[in-house]
Design a protein around this ligand. Sequence first.
Ligand SMILES: [Zn+2]
Length: 251
Amino acid sequence: MVGKTWRALVGLVGATVLSGIAAFAEVHWDYEGTDGPKHWGSLDPAFAACASGTEQSPVDLTGAQESDLSSLAFDYTPSPITISNNGHTIQVDYAPGSGIVLDGARYELLQFHFHHVSEHAVDGVRFPLELHLVHRNNSGALAVVGVLFEAGGANEALKPLWSHLPAKAGPATIVAGEVDATALLPKRRTTWRYMGSLTTPPCTDGVSWIVMTEPVALSAEQIEAFGAIFPNNSRPVQPLNGRVLRRDGEA
Ligand SMILES: [Zn+2]
């Protein structure tokens, strides 16, 4: 989960030049080295949950209980493509009007982005890529839908994005075409569910996680294209600390 970094930076550059004070400068974090995941919690007081949180994401999804899960409906329509490399991932900001209805509550789709390799694991195994569709309800609560990708045939739904992957960090740009989030989902709509957190600083908890149990395919070339920009933007799995994982029963 990543967001807002560049918009915040763009606003700050001007203010910093004028005042000479970088009071709200973004705290640098990374996936390796001294600013890597093991150190996120101490990089800034606002990131404390990365170290002290007891319901963190991602997790290994093995051992989920089959359950009658609360209702989930997808209500996505195509969106123009507003794409950015924010320094941590490739993010697509989604046009208003799409969302999910989870247990009767509507959550608006704000943006989606990718992690290479996947953040969630299954039986200890990670997938080549993971998509996070980030949603928020009227109360500010977040629900993230994760989609795991496996190597296979070329993914048509990714093509309009992959032809515009920004190699360098920078502000969002609108590119030709549109993207349909529905087409990024697997056909089978069964899910894993658990309560977790943002997987990037500030690692805020209280996030409703919904990970699709059926992976979707993308080609080796598509994996390489993303991996060339982000060789590793995946947080290690976090302890469950007694949390219950649920999944849809096999119908
Ligand atoms: Zn994410």
